[in-house]
Design a protein around this ligand. Structure first.
Ligand SMILES: NC(=O)c1ccc[n+]([C@@H]2O[C@H](COP(=O)([O-])OP(=O)(O)OC[C@H]3O[C@@H](n4cnc5c(N)ncnc54)[C@H](OP(=O)(O)O)[C@@H]3O)[C@@H](O)[C@H]2O)c1
Length: 275
């Protein structure tokens, strides 16, 4: 049951699980954690200008035995970098911090009034070959429809909060129709999934941990989860999800946990969530 890559609209391969770096820190421990994740087999790293982890990510890539071209590296521009020139500068800043000359995926972190101008910068970076793919995060269907009016290239990914407590079925449907790959942040609900009785039952049935069942549920739904962990054992555990299959019936049981629940708030300075 091994399926390690998904294909983006432009044919670029994206590993079907990624490693999240929010709250990983920016010190030697973070570098070692990232090197461990690469040793375990993760080949997709999700960072952001906002996380303060870009330098650690760059250092870990340099110090690891994995070649740069074998790593799918994604980062995001923060809310104070919208607009064409600011976005171009944010790209330069992020790549400089990581010591890389291209990105695999560059993302808008949160929607903003200036989406159209910012997106034009991402399109230019893509056309110039400086990024292999471009995408957005936290865009609702309305934001994507509005972007469609001015975009020459549509986002190849949308990274949003998805987990059993927030299944996002409408967005999944929309992204399928529009060939946009969904990436799930907080895929294991920042740990809140661990006490859910249905998940405890499924964990016993499949002889897998609750995070493994949850991550497998994402992958079988065609969604790319990017779990974060600073713990060596849990990093390995979260990657070990390619040797079993959840039945259709059990997939539906997990779907039934949906409460449209958010496990994290939106940043205070995000004022463009009108959709
Ligand atoms: N685009 C956006 O706006 C956005 C927003 C939020 C997050 N993200 C991205 O998505 C990534 C993941 O989301 P997240 O960090 O919010 O949440 P998450 O991955 O659902 O959960 C991380 C939390 O779960 C714990 N954990 C991880 N694996 C575990 C396991 N196997 N068993 C028990 N506990 C476990 C971690 O603790 P330990 O470290 O101690 O293991 C950490 O406290 C982020 O790191 C970031 O890259 C993007």
């Amino acid at each position: 049951m091994k399926k390690e890559f998904n294909l983006l609209a432009n044919g670029v391969k994206i590993p079907s699980i990624g490693f999240g770096t929010y709250k990983l820190g920016e010190n030697e421990k973070a570098v070692n954690t990232l090197k461990h994740a690469l040793e375990v087999g993760y080949r997709h790293i999700d960072t952001a200008a906002f996380y303060g982890t870009e330098e650690a990510v760059g250092m870990a890539i340099k110090e690891s035995n994995v070649k740069r071209e074998d790593i799918f590296l994604a980062t995001k521009l923060w809310n104070d970098c919208h607009g064409y020139e600011n976005a171009m500068n944010a790209f330069k800043e992020s790549t400089k911090k990581m010591g890389v000359d291209y990105l695999d995926l560059y993302l808008i972190h949160w929607p903003n009034e200036l989406n159209a101008d910012t997106w034009r910068a991402l399109e230019d970076l893509y056309t110039e070959g400086k990024v292999k793919a471009i995408g957005v995060c936290n865009f609702k269907i309305g934001h994507l429809e509005e972007l469609k009016k001015t975009a020459k290239i549509m986002p190849m990914t949308n990274q949003i909060e998805i987990h059993p407590g927030c299944t996002q079925k409408d967005m999944i449907e929309y992204c399928k129709e529009n060939n946009i790959q969904l990436v799930a942040w907080s895929p294991i609900m920042r740990g809140k999934i661990l006490t859910e009785p249905i998940m405890i039952e499924l964990s016993k049935k499949y002889n897998k941990t609750i995070p493994q069942i949850t991550l497998r549920w994402h992958i079988q739904n065609g969604i790319i989860p990017i779990p974060k962990s600073s713990n060596e054992g849990r990093i390995k555990e979260n990657f070990n999800v390619f040797d079993f299959e959840i039945s259709k019936e059990d997939m539906l049981k997990i779907d039934s946990l949906n409460k449209n629940e958010n496990v994290s708030g939106v940043p205070e300075n995000t004022n463009y969530l009108k959709y």
